[in-house]
Design a protein around this ligand. Structure first.
Ligand SMILES: [Zn+2]
Length: 166
């Protein structure tokens, strides 16, 4: 799946989770303490509605290795280095060096803003699941049965708590 599709998936899961919370108001407290996670193999990432290229460190593990991913990782490192330099220089007040670092940082950030994210591919096995604060079987059974839960991936037996939104 490509980056844009992944971002749409996040927006969709977020909206569905909100709708589930509204529909199942009898479990309001339980659901308000529940949260979404992104799973891929052994990787678990707390859900965020919109990941940007700034979040690459967080999600690098679920991005298929490619020249684009490497470039983005590299760009992130460069920005971190310039930011550290900027911080260090602010104490010394050497205006010429400060100006140079500021310019380089601005250029790198601009490159990040215009990064061709459409080239980034997210691993195929990515799922979005609800993580519960405790094992309340009755509540979980009702939530799993909601029409916006992915019924193909979610097992309805009482022993399974895994609840897939996608
Ligand atoms: Zn089961």
């Amino acid at each position: 799946m490509y980056w844009d599709e992944f971002c749409q998936l996040l927006v969709g899961a977020d909206a569905n989770f909100k709708k589930i919370k509204e529909d199942l108001s009898q479990y309001k407290t339980f659901l308000s303490k529940s949260s979404l996670y992104i799973f891929c193999g052994t990787v678990q990432i707390p859900f965020k509605r919109g990941f940007t290229t700034d979040d690459l460190k967080l999600i690098a593990e679920i991005i298929v290795p490619s020249e684009f991913r490497d470039n983005l990782l590299c760009l992130n490192e460069v920005i971190e280095r310039f930011e550290a330099e900027q911080k260090a220089l602010s104490k010394q007040k050497k205006s010429d060096s400060v100006k140079k670092v500021n310019e380089r940082l601005a250029r790198a950030k601009n490159e990040l803003d215009t990064f061709p994210t459409q080239e980034l591919e997210v691993e195929d096995g990515v799922t979005i699941q609800i993580i519960y604060p405790s094992i309340d079987i009755e509540a979980i059974q009702v939530i799993k049965g909601h029409r916006l839960v992915d019924q193909e991936k979610t097992c309805q037996c009482r022993a399974c708590v895994r609840t897939f939104l996608s």
